[in-house]
Design a protein around this ligand. Sequence first.
Ligand code: TRP
Length: 348
Amino acid sequence: MNSKTATTAETTTAAKELQTKVILSGMRPTGPLHLGHLLGALKNWKKLQDEGNICFYMIADWHALSTEYEKPQMIRNNTFEIAIDYLSCGLDPEKSTIFIQSLVQQHIELHMIFSMIVPVPWLERNPVYKEQIAELQEKELHTYGFLGYPVLMASDIMVYKATHIPVGIDQLPHIELTREIVRRFNFFYKDYFNVPESLLTETPKLPGTDGRKMSKSYGNCIYLKENPKDIKKKILSMFTDPKRIYKKDPGHPDECPVFAYHTLFNKDHQKMKNMCLSSEIGCVECKRILSEIIVEFLKSIQEKRKELEKDPEKVWKILKQGTEKASIVAEKTLKEIKNIIGINYEKI
Ligand code: TRP
């Protein structure tokens, strides 16, 4: 490559990077958020917001209903809780549109349109679907709605013509399906949508307090709203290096879930590592230090939460205003789409 083409390529890349992204992401209101959500998603969402992108962050209550349809009462309460989690982690309603999915009806309309063009085998071979059906055997998930879960995600994304979707690796097959659906729409009707891209979060997965993936169903989470006493209790009961039986034995920090936390939260983690390797520090002391760091880390988030809990009206108002902002964009998109496919009755 000569220097001229290199420069052109570089400029193009730079121009692309400079373009404002339209971001959309969401979480299902099935329970309170934990440290894994913060490191794996919210931190990145906030960064994207603070970089000046156009951000839509929703609470995916319809998606929650797809698995929690037998006890839907908890969804509303969790919606409120998650809104507080979003806000206390720094999502700013002045910069981002924070809203409730079910209040913007165009998601459902676009879902209907997409569902007409999605071949069922695409959905049946979705690895996430197959995995969840196998894993959540206690639930009847062979429903029409659950099979269409990714179709609803595609609608969430395209109703705002989002360009970039920050998600964890587990959601990648869904974004891939969105891309397929969009291409199919463009092929049948008009080259209308840009094909969106996923933005993979760099943060490594945070293990739960038992070393497995942090998940509500395993009971191994540290919640963002967890009180300091419970945080300490949970961390002190964490499994450590299984090969270290006595304090005088040297530890294996790289195999220890407690050390995984130190790397993420403790700026002096190298020092901890050396002390563990040379058995200068025991596991109990190591966990005690960690618990203090985590309590301190969550302090400002929890203070913000307390403030918001005192003023629920304010939280609902933020969601209402976000929903109004989102609806304006969604209405415009649906109007255009209905014109494209010719299902419009404006003359009536
Ligand atoms: N399925 C996502 C999850 O469980 C939540 C979600 C719903 C979502 N709609 C979305 C994420 C659209 C990204 C884009 O995490």
